[in-house]
Write a protein that binds this ligand. Structure first.
Ligand code: EPU
Length: 445
C-alpha cells in the first residue's frame, strides 16, 4: 500500500488542468454493452475506478484498450452474465450493468456493490425501478449476489422516492433499449447524468430532460457505436479551488466549469474566496484577506454537493468564527474528522434537530446506525500541524492531503489508494504547484 509524505505550509501557485470526470468516466464504458459497434471515449482519466469498471466489463467478455486518455471498447461476444464477486464488489457503479444486460440478454448476476465507505449505500431504489420495468431481481444473502432476469424490459413511469444519481443512470441505461416510453420523475440533476445522456443520444437513443427533474426516454431497437469526449471533473476543480485558498496561493484552473458549481462558488465567495473568470473554461482561485465562517447544508445537485463538504471543512478550519456542515446525502461521510483533529483542527459533532428526518435526509433514515452524527462545528482559524493519518474514502483523502499541505511539518498519509480511485497522479500535479509530496510505494517500505 502506498503512502504520501507531505511537507506542508507552502502556498500553491500555478496552473491546473482538470482531468476527465470520474463520475462519468467510470460509468460510460457500460454503454459498450448496449451496442455491437466500437465505442471510443476521449478524456478518460487514468484512475483506478475506471480500471475497476473495465475489469467488470472484461469479466462479461467486453474488450477494451486505453491509449493515452482514449478508451476503445467493444462488446464483441458477451459470454458471461455473472460479474465475479471480487471484481464487482470493489465498485458501487458495477450495478449499472444490470439494465443493459437485462435489456439485451435477459439475465444478470451481480454482487452487492461496494465502493467508498461512506454509508450503507443500498441499491433498493434501483432495484424497485427495474422491477417496475418488468425485471425480477432477488438478493441471495447466501451467495452475496443479486440474481436478475427479465423476458422484456418495458417502459413505465418511475417515481424515485428520493434523489439517486446512479439510480437515475441505471434506469436510463435500462430504458434506452426497453419497449415503449419510460418517464423518470424526481430524476437526479447531476451534470454527469446529462453527459451520459448526450453520448447515448449520439448513439441513437431518444432521451430528453423535459423538466429539471423529469427525464423521458423512448426505447429504440438498437444503438450504434460512438466517439465522445467526456466532460471535465467538477469535483476536482472544487478540490483545487479549496487547496488554493486554504494554502494562501493562487491557482488558475483550465477546463473549468463554473456553470456547474454555482452553490460552491457562492459559498466560496461568502467565505472570502476570490474567483476570477478569465475566459471560457479558465478560472483563477485565491482568497481575499481573511476567511470567514460559513454554514453549509449538503444537498443533491444543484445544491452544495456532499462531495465538497470534506475539503470545505479544511478551508473552514482556517476561517474566523464557527462554521457548521450538515451532511444530508450520506449518513456516514465524516471519517476525515478524527484525522483532522489529530492535525490540530477543532471540530465537534452535533445532531441538528430536523422535523421530519425520513423526508429531509437523502439516505434512508432507517440506515442510520447508532452513534452516527450528521453535522460538525468547526472553530477557526487554527494552525494545523503534521500527523500520521489514514484515509477512509476518496474525498476524505483529498481533504487530508490539503490539510497536510497547509500544516507545519511532515505528515504521513496512509491509504493513498483511495485517492488514486478518483484523482489521476494527484501528487505529480500538486508538485507542479509547489507542493512537497513524496509517494512511498510498497517497494520503499
Ligand atoms: N440510496 C439509497 N438507496 C438507493 C440509492 C441511493 O439508500 O437505491 C442513498 C445512498 O446510500 C445515499 C443517497 O441515497 O445516502 C444518495 O445516493 P445516490 O444514489 O444519489 O449517490 P450515488 O449514485 O451512490 C453518486 C456519486 C457520489 C456522489 C453522489 C451524489 C458516483 C460513482 N458516485 O453516488 O460521488 O457523492 O452521487 O451526487 O457517481 C465521489 O465521487 O466521491 C462520490 C461518492
Amino acid at each position: 500500500m502506498d503512502k504520501f509524505v507531505v511537507t506542508g505550509a507552502t502556498p500553491l501557485n500555478g496552473i491546473w488542468e482538470v482531468a476527465g470526470a470520474k463520475n462519468v468516466a467510470l460509468k460510460m464504458p457500460v454503454i459498450a454493452l448496449l451496442t455491437d459497434s466500437e465505442v471510443i471515449l476521449h478524456n478518460i482519466p487514468l484512475i483506478s475506478d475506471v480500471f475497476f469498471m473495465l475489469e467488470v466489463l472484461s469479466s462479461l467478455g467486453v474488450k477494451s484498450q486505453i491509449k493515452g486518455h482514449t478508451l476503445y471498447i467493444k462488446n464483441g461476444h458477451v459470454s458471461e452474465i455473472t460479474v465475479p464477486l471480487e471484481v464487482g464488489a470493489r465498485l458501487r457503479s458495477s450495478s449499472l450493468v444490470l439494465g443493459p444486460m437485462l435489456a439485451r440478454w435477459g439475465h444478470a448476476k451481480i454482487p452487492n456493490p461496494g465502493g467508498c465507505r461512506i454509508g450503507a449505500r443500498p441499491i433498493d431504489r434501483h432495484v424497485e425501478a427495474l422491477t417496475a420495468m418488468g425485471a425480477t431481481i432477488n438478493y441471495n444473502s447466501a451467495d452475496g449476489y443479486f440474481h436478475a432476469q427479465a423476458k422484456k424490459l418495458r417502459g413505465t413511469t418511475i417515481v424515485f422516492p428520493k434523489n439517486t444519481h446512479t439510480g437515475t443512470e441505471t434506469i436510463i441505461l435500462a430504458a434506452v433499449l426497453a419497449e415503449g416510453t419510460t418517464v423518470i420523475e424526481n430524476a437526479a440533476q447531476e451534470a454527469e447524468i446529462d453527459d451520459l445522456t448526450a453520448c447515448l443520444n449520439l448513439m441513437g437513443a431518444k432521451i430528453r430532460r423535459v423538466a429539471s427533474r423529469q427525464i423521458v426516454i423512448e426505447g429504440v431497437k438498437r444503438l450504434s457505436g460512438v466517439e465522445y469526449t467526456i466532460m471535465p471533473d467538477r469535483n476536482e476543480e472544487v478540490t483545487v479551488a479549496v487547496a488554493a485558498a486554504a494554502s494562501g496561493g493562487t491557482v488558475t484552473v483550465k477546463n473549468s466549469q463554473p456553470q456547474f458549481l454555482t452553490a460552491f462558488l457562492s459559498a466560496f465567495r461568502q467565505a472570502g474566496g476570490k474567483i476570477e473568470l478569465l475566459e471560457k473554461g479558465v478560472t483563477r482561485y485565491s482568497r481575499e484577506g481573511k476567511l470567514s465562517a460559513t454554514d453549509i447544508v449538503t444537498q443533491p445537485y444543484p445544491g452544495f454537493m456532499t462531495d465538497w463538504q470534506a475539503p470545505w471543512a479544511v478551508l473552514m478550519s482556517q476561517a474566523y468564527g464557527r462554521s457548521t456542515i450538515h451532511e444530508t446525502v450520506f449518513e456516514s461521510r465524516f471519517s476525515y474528522v478524527k484525522e483532522l483533529v489529530k492535525m490540530g483542527a477543532e471540530i465537534e459533532f452535533f445532531d441538528p434537530q430536523v422535523p421530519n428526518p425520513d423526508k429531509f435526509y437523502n439516505f434512508n433514515w432507517s440506515d442510520l446506525t447508532h452513534g452516527n452524527h450528521q453535522a460538525i462545528r468547526i472553530k477557526g482559524p487554527v494552525k494545523l500541524h503534521n500527523a500520521v493519518v489514514t484515509i477512509d474514502d476518496l474525498r476524505a483523502g483529498a481533504t487530508l492531503l490539503i490539510a497536510a499541505l497547509i500544516a507545519r511539518g511532515a505528515s504521513y498519509i496512509h491509504g493513498v489508494e483511495q485517492i488514486d480511485r478518483g484523482y489521476e497522479k494527484i501528487e505529480e500535479r500538486l508538485v507542479k504547484l509547489g507542493a512537497k509530496i513524496k509517494r512511498l510505494t510498497s517497494d520503499h517500505l
